[in-house]
Design a protein around this ligand. Sequence first.
Ligand SMILES: NC(=O)c1ccc[n+]([C@@H]2O[C@H](COP(=O)([O-])OP(=O)(O)OC[C@H]3O[C@@H](n4cnc5c(N)ncnc54)[C@H](OP(=O)(O)O)[C@@H]3O)[C@@H](O)[C@H]2O)c1
Length: 276
Amino acid sequence: MKFVSANGASIPALGFGTFRMPGPDAERMVSHVLANGYRHIDTAQIYGNEADVGEGIRRSGVARGDLFLTTKVWVENYRRDAFLASIDESLKKLKTDHVDLLLLHWPNETVPLAEQIGALNEVAKAGKVRHIGVSNFNTDLMRKAVRFSSLPIVTNQVEYHPYIDQTPVLRTARELNMSVTAYYAMADGKVFKDAVLQELAAKHGKSIAQIVLRWIAQQDVIVLSKTVSEARAEENAAIFDFALTTEEMAAIHALVKADGRIVSPEGLAPVWDKAA
Ligand SMILES: NC(=O)c1ccc[n+]([C@@H]2O[C@H](COP(=O)([O-])OP(=O)(O)OC[C@H]3O[C@@H](n4cnc5c(N)ncnc54)[C@H](OP(=O)(O)O)[C@@H]3O)[C@@H](O)[C@H]2O)c1
């Protein structure tokens, strides 16, 4: 397994995502993927499956210290007291005394960012969280988060796939010694119909999913992948035994579309950065 280093954190480059995964599937898949080599699990309070993820981890038999577990605080829990209580609840559901990474799930201007970052620092200093980070932040919010935090911010988890230009976020992360974590790599299934990706997949004897996951990982971006299928989970993990050439990487970057962003919920999404 490849790792991405950022601000003192060492994060497995491929993580298993559990968004839109009902409890029984989450328990089955988390247990299965951990027993079969995955070492990074991503969940969130709002997914409603932390208890099932916790049970999957327990069932897998993998030692807690051997896996990297991320959860995300939901936006309604950003006031300090609610925040602290929600983390205790998450830890109880996940059946652990700490998570490896805790993220603010989306921006929420109704609570001062300094208070949100203060609470992230507080739970980390209490030993309940090893590393802290953010998700769906624009570059302005990334800089503010770093300024408000006494502990390092290690990642910004954002939508990333061949159709969206995340250059501003990637550049800012590099400047701030942060990593970027990619979600929605399959672009809601759009990648599977792409002729360029189909051709690259045939050339490498790989699937389209593997080409896209490899393209992200090869940029030193942590990539999340979700599936309810054991066979697909195995397929998606087999991305570290081949490489894309510089020209192939560029050909995938060239698939970018002006309106390629898919996830932008009203009331949560910030003003996104415009790529040059
Ligand atoms: N921070 C945020 O706001 C945020 C937002 C969205 C997601 N996330 C995180 O990122 C993770 C990944 O994003 P995502 O859930 O949108 O999933 P994704 O990895 O982009 O996958 C999307 C869909 O592709 C299918 N798929 C996966 N591998 C495949 C393969 N090899 N061949 C064919 N189809 C395949 C899966 O369907 P099947 O399950 O039917 O196989 C899945 O439903 C999430 O689970 C979550 O942990 C975070």
